[in-house]
Ligand binder design. Structure first.
Ligand code: SF4
Length: 397
């Protein structure tokens, strides 16, 4: 393992800037007072948002700086495109802004440059998704970031442009953590925006990582959008030290069901710069998903898919998905993605070095596994004991 510097957005001295919204800070303080700063409830929030000294240790050869390299740079008519990606037949992706209300330490977005699309760029993207190259296939646009609800005006701009220029799009998905980071932003204007475009289906993807995040204000803000006909679904990482226990996941999925939030993906924590301490092994994830989905502790309608975000897209994980393992703790995963499909849908696409194509044209991808050392003693670094005082100091402040 080599120590290296991250190329991170909003970084100070090579580290992802710590950013905790006032709402979250209040919840941290309240949770610390109510349950104690060593409680699982407190640590579930603190470990998501408070900088950990282990973030400085980066395995530059094996960790990742981006989700996928699937940007589309040029539209069919030669126009320059920015902030759009395409990996899949039915779904196009628009990265509206990389700004967020709080910085989740485990999120790859922290390593993207801070950027926001202009209204003109949004229009170009919408026109591209409605162009002959896309209109027979693309049915959904995922508006993501960062957190798009940081800029409601731009979200509304995107919805209006898509409505006008890409009538083939029936579903608009938006990724946000505003419910648990700043629920007051789900205000009347936000609700009115969704009500105005009732001809579209809106789905909001959020990340509940732990049961403690179902605060009353959070639930109320979701309910406002659900009343406006917005479907909310959850996809979240398996985070060592936060939610990597059956009891926590049972409770989380029971709460999701109770609040009409659809369960979507449970992700294996993605390999990213400085985040090894949050990553379990894939095998541990498979053990948990096997028990979770047959525990009987919550409704069967709330069972998630266990998946990895690999360099070539999301891959559902089963024992048989793993073809082999290397000495460098990497596993080769079989996927159903075909390279010829990918390049047809996105002519800018180049397969990453970690991908191989099998005899039938399907891609396989090498994926860095995690490990099952306990969260508190995960290696390597020598300053680990400093972590506990750091968390305790924040709890006191
Ligand atoms: S999970 Fe969402 S809110 Fe958190 S850092 Fe990533 S993009 Fe921002």
């Amino acid at each position: 393992m080599k120590e290296g510097q991250c190329r991170v957005a909003g970084s100070i001295g090579g580290q992802f800037k710590e950013l905790i919204s006032p709402f979250l800070q209040r919840k941290l303080d309240e949770t610390g007072k109510r349950f104690g700063s060593g409680s699982r409830q407190y640590l579930a929030i603190a470990r998501q948002y408070i900088t950990d000294p282990r973030e400085a240790f980066v395995d530059v050869d094996n960790e990742r700086d981006r989700h996928y390299h699937s940007e589309q740079f040029t539209g069919v008519d030669g126009t320059r495109l920015r902030g759009i990606e395409r990996l899949y037949r039915r779904t196009g992706l628009m990265i509206l802004t990389t700004a967020c209300k709080a910085h989740c330490r485990w999120c790859l977005r922290g390593q993207y440059d801070v950027d926001t699309l202009s209204p003109e760029e949004i229009r170009s993207a919408a026109k591209h998704f409605g162009s002959p190259a896309c209109r027979d296939d693309v049915r959904e646009i995922l508006i993501t970031g960062g957190d798009p609800l940081m800029a409601r005006v731009l979200v509304e701009c995107a919805i209006a442009e898509i409505s006008q220029h890409a009538p083939n799009v029936e579903i608009i998905r938006i990724g946000t953590r505003m419910f648990m980071q700043d629920p007051g932003r789900i205000d009347d204007a936000m609700v009115a925006m969704f009500n105005k475009y009732r001809h579209l289906r809106f789905e909001i993807g959020t990340h509940f990582n732990h049961p403690v995040e179902f605060w009353p204000e959070t639930v109320e803000s979701m309910w406002r959008l659900q009343e406006a006909g917005v479907l909310i679904y959850n996809q979240h990482p398996l985070l060592k030290g936060v939610n990597d226990s059956l009891e926590t996941l049972d409770e989380l999925y029971d709460l999701l069901r109770g609040h009409a939030v659809e369960a979507h993906y449970l992700f294996h924590c993605v390999p990213m710069f400085g985040m090894n301490h949050h990553r379990t092994s894939v095998t541990r994830g498979l053990e948990l998903i096997n028990r979770l989905t047959s525990s009987g502790a919550f409704s069967g309608r709330a069972k998630p898919h266990f998946a990895a975000m690999t360099d070539i897209g999301k891959v559902s994980l089963y024992e048989e998905t793993i073809l082999k393992r290397s000495d460098a703790n990497e596993i080769l995963l079989q996927t159903g993605y075909r390279l010829d499909d990918r390049t047809r849908w996105n002519p800018s696409y180049l397969p990453p070095r970690s991908a191989e194509v099998d005899d039938e044209g399907f891609m396989r991808v090498w994926y860095k596994d995690g490990c099952d050392d306990p969260y508190e003693t995960d290696r390597p670094h020598d300053e680990l004991p400093a972590l506990i005082p750091l968390v305790a100091a924040v709890a006191r402040s």
